[in-house]
Design a protein around this ligand. Structure first.
Ligand code: NAG
Ligand code: NAG
Length: 268
């Protein structure tokens, strides 16, 4: 089961693409998009599932379709709603990152019914969620029976000045990878990376990190840009300037997430 945000969903879809071609049509099925979406491979008695949980802990963004809300509220100490689905799973693959970079989140502790007032920003909020997640892993995962992975941050390519100083574009129309081996974009926050490392280190025997960040940094050419499905129609103004609506966050498939899965296969 993959658990996390749309980047992790991308990795899940990549996994389905890698697996499904060897399964005959009548031996496989997939449920509609839901908080938990399930692919079944009948002959293998196996499922490959994706759970939408962009903040890992419970939040008002847990609806897989309607989650673009003005105000985000999370329960920093509770993973229970999501974790009830994790119990039966043999292999869990988590991610979380970009949702913590969109402004403050309101905190609703589980002992409170309502009355939200505290707020936390970015890494601080993410650390609260990671701690709740780590507590669950600590008390529920037997490393001899289950495997748990945490996938590091997926880089974005929103500002071409970072790889080509003096330009004002983004990933739009990029056709080749970045060649500088040391390239690291400003969107990949190192303090967040260290925080994740610290949390996961304490769970060493239970969780492995899949570190995809550096290898994906190079792939400014790997995003869908204007070639994705858009849910709303674009304005004349946008159409006149394709850069303005290019998606430089998610990845094309086949593409970069296939390599993340190859790494995962090595751990399995
Ligand atoms: C399929 O998996 C379920 C749940 O783990 C198990 O109860 C069942 O016996 C399995 N069936 C076969 C044919 O392996
Ligand atoms: C991932 O790799 C980068 C460099 O490739 C390193 O700086 C970072 O500490 C690693 N992060 C984790 C969580 O292992």
């Amino acid at each position: 089961m993959f658990v996390g945000d749309s980047l992790n969903r991308g990795q899940w879809i990549s996994m389905l693409c890698l697996l499904e071609s060897v399964i005959p049509q009548e031996k496989k099925s997939i449920t509609p998009n839901a908080p938990l979406t399930i692919f079944r491979a009948e002959e293998y008695n196996a499922t490959v599932e994706f759970q939408w949980a962009p903040l890992l802990v419970e939040s008002n963004s847990d609806d897989p379709v309607n989650h673009r809300l003005d105000e985000r509220i999370m329960r920093p100490d509770s993973v229970l709603r999501h974790a009830s689905e994790w119990k039966h799973v043999d292999i869990l693959i988590f991610n979380s990152y970009l949702w913590w970079r969109q402004g403050p989140v309101k905190l609703l502790w589980s002992k409170e019914e309502n009355g939200v007032c505290e707020e936390a920003e970015g890494i601080e909020a993410m650390e609260l969620a990671m701690d709740a997640w780590a507590n669950w892993i600590e008390s529920n995962i037997d490393p001899l029976k289950k495997k748990v992975f945490f996938v590091t941050m997926s880089p974005t390519h929103l500002w071409s000045r970072e790889w080509e100083p003096g330009t004002e574009g983004n990933c739009y129309n990029e056709k080749t990878p970045i060649k500088d081996e040391r390239y690291w974009g400003s969107g990949s926050d190192l303090p967040t990376m260290r925080m994740v490392d610290n949390v996961v280190n304490k769970l060493k025997s239970r969780v492995s990190v899949i570190n995809i960040t550096q290898m994906s940094e190079y792939r400014k050419d790997g995003h869908p840009s204007i070639y994705r499905k858009f849910w709303e129609s674009r304005t004349e103004e946008q159409l006149a300037n394709p850069m303005s609506y290019s998606d430089c966050i998610h990845w094309c498939l086949p593409g970069v997430p296939d390599v993340w899965n190859e790494l995962l296969f090595h751990f399995l």
